[in-house]
Design a protein around this ligand. Structure first.
Ligand code: V47
Length: 366
């Protein structure tokens, strides 16, 4: 019966490769995007997921701090940024960052996710000071901060080699690096949507340097706008190649485009079908990534729950106050409780495992 379904989907040869743990090709990737039997994609992706992570589904207790909304990059998909000098511009001082951390001190948070726009007026010391501010209030928390885009800006104001900058950031408290800012590794999409930002080759180069400095990072793909299936597949192949070289990526997170309040608000939101297909194809093509995260903020808690059978092994976390996707019209809650996450994972028949930013187990949810 199962064999018959797989034959009918036209993916039997790919299924054989997955069963034999063979690497998929660009052509295979394109066929995965053309396939319509989502359950066959899920079946194959789940096989890879269980091989790597068994029945575990990870989550983290985390807090997001977006230290400034000022940005000079003008990305067409972003509803969060304002131009320098705008009325509603804000930049948190190190004291305000301290206060944000203090606000949630009662919660046993193990990860602080700190990213923001590119505010060209911020001096080098600012970045070091906000890392220190977090660690001053929560010395044991893991700080996951500064995308590759911010790294380039920090180096610009530091006026010294990136290797030294990364050492300074680590000394000030940086523990790992988030996966945002890459969007789509395509020169065409870069030119059309985010041409003032680091190029695809530049992003990969900075990720390589971050990994060489001993820091782990994540990677993302912003999907559901103007990118083609070919561009998505090439994105995966370029990430996979770098991961073969450095082994520095921890998790991959597909990010569903939210159009509201952006320059592309004429586009529809992604569908549940597309979100699940994206998770499954990510798991199948990124065979050397330890984790695939379904970010419930972007695809909703229900789709995120189902995705635990379509390749995902991580649902991110409690996320105290998400701002970037909510500026672009996300209607999901801005936070979930730990019990809410545990229940969601349990109901899906997976084992909830609380992790820290480096996927060390904090404690098994009983
Ligand atoms: O880089 C911006 C994306 C990213 C929109 O590493 C949008 O663990 C959808 O990278 N619709 C930031 N997406 C978020 C991010 C992230 C999130 C969760 C976990 C991790 C991690 C990283 O958000 C940006 C951009 O790609 N974004 N605008 C929008 N309208």
């Amino acid at each position: 019966m199962l064999r018959e379904t797989i034959e009918k989907s036209g993916l039997a040869d790919i299924n054989d490769k997955v069963a034999n743990n063979e690497r998929l090709t660009r052509e295979d990737g394109l066929r995965l995007y053309a396939a319509t039997d989502l359950n066959v994609l899920g079946y194959m992706a789940n096989r890879v997921r269980e091989r790597r992570n068994g029945q575990k589904a990870f989550f983290v207790r985390n807090q997001h701090i977006n230290y400034t909304n000022v940005c000079n990059k003008g990305c067409k998909f972003c509803a969060f940024y304002v131009l320098p000098g705008a009325d509603d511009a804000y930049t948190l001082s190190p004291d305000q960052v301290r206060q944000r951390v203090r606000d949630w001190l009662k919660e046993p948070i193990t990860e602080i996710h700190m990213v923001a726009g590119i505010n060209p007026r911020l001096p080098y010391d600012y970045y070091l000071d906000i890392l220190r501010a977090v660690k001053e209030i929560r010395p044991t928390v893991g700080i996951k901060a500064f995308t590759m885009i911010e790294m380039v800006e920090i180096q610009r104001v530091a006026r010294k080699p990136i290797e030294e900058v990364l050492e300074d950031l680590k000394d000030a408290g940086l523990d790992s690096v988030p996966g945002g800012g890459v969007e789509v590794l395509s020169d065409r999409v870069h030119e059309e949507l985010f041409r003032l930002k680091l190029s695809p080759a530049g992003w990969l180069d900075m990720a390589r340097k971050v990994h060489m400095a001993g820091l782990k990072s994540n990677a993302t793909l912003l999907y559901g706008h103007i990118e083609t299936p070919e561009e998505r597949v090439d994105h995966f192949l370029r990430l996979r190649e770098l991961q073969d070289e450095t082994g520095g990526f921890l998790a991959f997170i597909p990010l569903a485009f939210h159009p509201d309040n952006t320059e592309m608000d004429n586009l529809p939101s992604t569908t549940g079908f597309e979100d699940l297909r994206q998770i499954a194809v990510s798991r199948l093509l990124l065979d050397n990534f330890p984790h695939i995260k379904s970010f419930w903020i972007m695809i909703s808690p229900p789709v995120s729950q189902v995705s635990l059978w379509y390749g995902a092994d991580d649902v991110d976390g409690t996320i105290l106050r998400e701002e970037i996707t909510h500026s672009a019209g996300a209607t999901t809650p801005q936070a979930l409780t730990r019990n809410g996450l545990v229940e969601m994972i349990r109901e899906a028949g997976r084992i909830p495992v609380e992790r820290d930013p480096l996927y060390q187990e904090v404690s098994h949810a009983a």
